[in-house]
Write a protein that binds this ligand. Sequence first.
Ligand code: T46
Length: 135
Amino acid sequence: MDIVMISFQKHGDDRGQLVALEENKEVPFNIKRVYYMYDTGEGVHRGFHAHKNLQQILICVHGSCKIRLDNGKEKKVVVLDKPYEGLYVSNNMWREMYDFSKDAVLMVLASQLYDENDYIRDYDEFLRFVKREED
Ligand code: T46
């Protein structure tokens, strides 16, 4: 399984850093939605689902967290701890977010509006979905 990390250009000067993200440029899709999570409690694990269609870029703009990705065959863990790095998460990918630092802000850029019908929340259903997509 390939992990796709995107390193964004930093526009730094003596005032500090700035990162700009535009759809279909730094971000490889039309951005329909942005959400972020913060104040995540110690020991909390979030996610535990996949998406049928949604593509996303996860950026830990402050602090750090870990993302476990699972494509139904392989699992990999990615540490997000740089505000200028984005993790591309395709559809058909089971995800879990954990080990949030106290100050973590995880921002997500999404290719679709929120749609509960796009979620696969049952792991066995996810495995069946991935298999069907392959056939
Ligand atoms: C994902 C991972 C990385 C909304 O009303 N609108 C939204 O756009 C989102 C994302 C959530 N919500 C509501 C639905 C729930 O009542 O916010 C609540 C928490 O959402 P959820 O339990 O789905 O959060 P996570 O952290 O488990 O998962 C989220 C995204 O839902 C998911 O698409 O890939 O972050």
